[in-house]
Design a protein around this ligand. Structure first.
Ligand SMILES: [Zn+2]
Length: 164
């Protein structure tokens, strides 16, 4: 995926700016994110990964039967566009699992995440929405919000486990 920036590109460390209004430029970024995401096997994609420093991210994933057979831990993720996502509440309880990222190719890192989160965001029409997420979905959302804050999984100090 040539569009997706990879570590150590300094653009991945840039904090994205809030989206002021849902104009054609914002809509263009949203459709660009979806088009790149659909071509990849990503569970989510943040604008930062494309070098666009706006707080926009998309999530969504439907594993094929074959993928589920190979990795039963794969779960479906609803397709959601999140603009200016903000975590307003999160459980103190953390759970640590290995994560992968297209911006950190061929590496996995153990990352602690809150088990449950509540967040607010704008949808692609600018409507304010709330979402409660737990487990795998909460993990994906926290991963993508990290990107918007200039953080990647490699920044968690845990030892890397090379994927072969
Ligand atoms: Zn990532």
């Amino acid at each position: 995926m040539e569009e997706i920036l990879t570590r150590p590109d300094p653009k991945l460390k840039t904090k994205a700016a809030e989206v002021e209004k849902i104009d054609n430029k914002t809509k263009g970024i949203v459709s660009f994110l979806w088009s790149v995401k659909e071509k990849s096997d990503a569970l989510g994609l943040a604008a930062t990964q494309l070098g666009i420093h706006r707080r926009i991210m998309v999530i969504g994933y439907e594993p094929t039967e074959k993928q589920k057979a190979e990795d039963p831990s794969l779960r479906s993720i609803p397709r959601i566009t999140l603009i200016n996502p903000k975590i307003i509440d999160s459980s103190k309880r953390l759970f640590t699992e290995k994560e992968a990222c297209l911006s950190c190719p061929n590496e996995q890192f153990e990352v602690p995440r809150s088990k449950k989160i509540s967040l607010e965001y704008l949808d692609e029409k600018g409507k304010k929405r709330k979402l409660k997420a737990r487990g795998f979905l909460a993990r994906i959302i926290q991963h993508e919000i990290d990107h918007l804050n200039g953080k990647v999984i490699a920044d968690y100090k845990n030892p890397s486990v090379p994927l072969l």
